[in-house]
Structures are given as C-alpha cells and as structure tokens.
Design a protein around this ligand. Sequence first.
Ligand SMILES: O=C(O)CCC(=O)C(=O)O
Ligand SMILES: [Fe+2]
Length: 226
Amino acid sequence: MHAPESAPDSVPDQQALARVGTMVRERLAADPSVYRIENDRVELFAVGDFLSLAECKTLCTMIDEVARPSSLHELDYAAGFRTSYSGDLDPSESFVKGISRRIDDLMGLDPAIGEAVQGQRYLPGQQFQPHNDWFYTSEKYWSLEEARGGQRSWTAMAYLNEVDAGGATHFTDLGFQIEPKPSVLLIWNNALPDGRPNESTMHAGMPVLKGAKYVITKWYRTRQWR
Ligand SMILES: O=C(O)CCC(=O)C(=O)O
Ligand SMILES: [Fe+2]
C-alpha cells in the first residue's frame, strides 16, 4: 500500500526508501537475468554472470592499486571491524564508469544517488565483522551522511575471484552464507518495504582462510550522493 505523499517519515528518509525499494523490486522482478534468493525477511537477488572473467581480473588489478587499510579511511563507526583493504575506484575512469553504469541500469536507479564503486581485498585472516550497510541515525556520523545523500537504500556487491578457502558473506541474522564466486552480483535492499531500515540485513565478510578475496561494492542512497 502506498502511504500518502504527505505522510511524515517516522524514521529519516522513510518515504524515499520505500519508493526506491518499490522501484528496484519491480525492475529486478521483470529481469530474467536476476534470480531472487527466497527469504521472508530480506529482499536479496543475484545475477550469475554479471561480469566477464576478464572484467573481474581488471577490477582485481585496479583494487590492488587503490586498496589501503579500511580502518584508515573509514569513519569511527567501522574502525576495528574491518581489517580488509579497500578504496574507491576512480569514477572518471572509463572502464569503471562502464561497470558502474551497468549496475545503475540493472537496478534502474539514478546514477546520481550511487556512491563511488568501492573495491575491497581480503587476505588470509582479514574480515569485515557483522554490520549493517544502513546508517544508525542516532549516531554522530549521521549528520554528515544525511548531508551526503541520506540513508543507504540498496547494496550491489560483485565477487571477483575464486577464494581458496573462507570469505563467504554471512547474513548473521538470517543464518545463511553466500560463497564467493567470480562474476556473481549480489543485490539487497537495506530497507523494509515500508522504508524502515531492515535489521535482518546484518552481514559479515567472513575471514579469508587461504588465498585472497576481491569484491566491488556499490551503495545507493536516497538522494544525490556527494
Ligand atoms: O565481503 C563481503 O562479503 C561483504 C562486504 C560488505 O559487507 C560490504 O562491502 O559492505
Ligand atoms: Fe556490508
């Protein structure tokens, strides 16, 4: 059911999150390349061959060039949790632009609300402990994020390589793991259909045990990202 346009948000950006949720849900449902991972509590989708293996390889090389310890450029809310190396890929670079646009097109989202594509590399022992991609609006960092585009709506994350052991994405509340597989794009809605943040989206990048794990992540906001 649609809330009237004038309905007040009971949480920040609620109406916008509900609207973006509906838009993407309908778009993905109509796309035969998109597979819905059935779950009652989260809207989770996958595309099996979103990237070619050559594109995956190029992205891994680019990540090696930009990756720095994640804790150095994360805000304090993530410090200590994320031992992987990460970095934004150059949004003005034509290859990166192309990949980024393909994700926007698949989702049917305005490129303006998408953050820069972020690359991430995990070596043995490195992990991203359980977290939500959406922002806690009671925290200090929220005033900054609110001005930078508001709450996060959808996450799109692609696996770029075969990991020798470990490195699954663990949805800790839902109780299942997605094994990394190159070329696969995973997409989920960080909000509930009514636009409140979905607590069940809590997830972790499990420690890599052997080899390395490379991913790209693109997060979408509700408003123009800056
Ligand atoms: O590496 C993973 O499997 C999870 C990454 C993640 O949670 C993120 O980039 O927000
Ligand atoms: Fe995450």
